[in-house]
Write a protein of this length. Structure first.
Length: 336
């Protein structure tokens, strides 16, 4: 079978190997489509935390079951499934407390172990969710939306509150829509005016604000001086992460969804005066995946996926997906 491996930063190779053999407790999957996410882009660029090379990327997967044992979910060969790409140990303190998303021994497909950028893959049966009613495109966007769903659940959004989402990339766009579904008013913040336009026209956010020196003033005007009761960073940009508390109201919550490799600096009196609640949001749980699947009909999947190529064309196209000027939001790679 064919597979694509990131040998080192800046280098993909299309190779061939034997198809995998399924073990007990595993399912053999045919990969139909793979979504490209920020993790993949950063890994290719050499800027991804928790990463080693060579690595087969890909954890946003649309797949079909080829072989599987009898299981509690009743999934059978021929069924379409969504893959939750986080393999947890089930034994550590996080897992014992239901936080499998931040298992101390977590292995994420395409990050800590090889992912789905290949024609077939074996995975534990317990990370599969039935998805016969979803298209390949819909299956491929469930995982990034689940990241947003987890962040929303961490904050416990209340109907009517005003939240800011910094970063109008795929994760940020997902957070915007899911926050709306939860009943919040949403302010989208980004430097990229095309992304802001998309957030307004396709996601129907309430307000858009261009990041920069005037952002705080604009947010203050929108909220009548209150600022935002919850602020989500989905950019992973150091300067954005350090600016986010300035957009937050007194008594508010700040959630770091994007990941920066470096150190962050905050002026303690400024965040202390607001009694800021600082949260990090990592990965997602089964509950988050199920929620996304239940509301996916409210998400504009077709416009969200802006670029799609066959796996034979991925390597020649990948560099262009690093360039915001190409208008890419979500790219996908078709394997079958």
């Amino acid at each position: 079978m064919k597979y694509i491996v990131c040998e080192k930063p800046g280098e993909f190779l299309l190779k061939e190997k034997e198809a995998p053999k399924r073990k007990e407790g595993e399912a053999l999957l045919q990969i139909n489509k793979v979504g490209i996410c920020g993790t993949d882009l950063h890994a290719y660029s050499g800027h991804q935390a928790f990463f080693t090379y060579p690595r087969i990327l890909g954890h946003e997967l649309a797949s079909e079951v080829l072989e599987i044992d009898e299981n509690e979910q009743g999934i059978r060969a021929g069924d379409k499934v969504v893959v939750m790409p986080y393999i947890s140990c089930g034994k550590c303190v996080a897992c014992r407390n239901g936080k499998t998303n931040c298992c101390t021994n977590i292995s994420v497909l395409g990050v800590h172990g090889d992912g789905g950028m290949q024609e077939q893959i074996t995975v534990p049966t317990n990370i599969l969710l039935p998805a016969n009613h979803l298209s390949d495109n819909e299956m491929a966007v469930v995982e990034p939306l689940a990241i947003g769903a987890h962040a929303i659940r961490r904050v416990n959004i209340k109907k009517g509150e005003t939240v800011a989402v910094v970063g109008a990339g795929p994760i940020g766009i997902g957070i915007m829509k899911l926050a709306q579904i939860a009943g919040a008013k949403v302010i989208a913040i980004d430097m990229n005016e095309e992304r802001l336009h998309y957030a307004k026209e396709k996601i129907d956010v309430d307000y858009i604000v261009k990041a920069g020196k005037d952002a705080i003033r604009e947010i203050s005007e929108i909220t009548n001086g209150d600022l935002c009761t919850a602020v989500f960073d989905a950019s992973g940009n150091k300067y954005a992460l350090e600016a986010c508390p300035d957009y937050m109201s007194h008594g508010g919550r700040f959630v770091m969804v994007g990941l920066s490799k470096g150190e962050l600096t905050y002026t303690h009196p400024r965040i202390h005066a607001k009694e800021m609640t600082l949260m990090c949001s990592r990965n997602a749980t089964t509950e988050d995946f199920k929620h996304v699947i239940s509301v996916l009909d409210q998400f504009p999947t077709d416009s969200f996926i802006t670029h799609s190529v066959d796996y034979t064309e991925m390597i020649s196209n990948f560099d262009s997906w690093l360039n915001p000027k190409t208008g890419v939001i979500k790219a996908t790679v078709k394997f079958n």
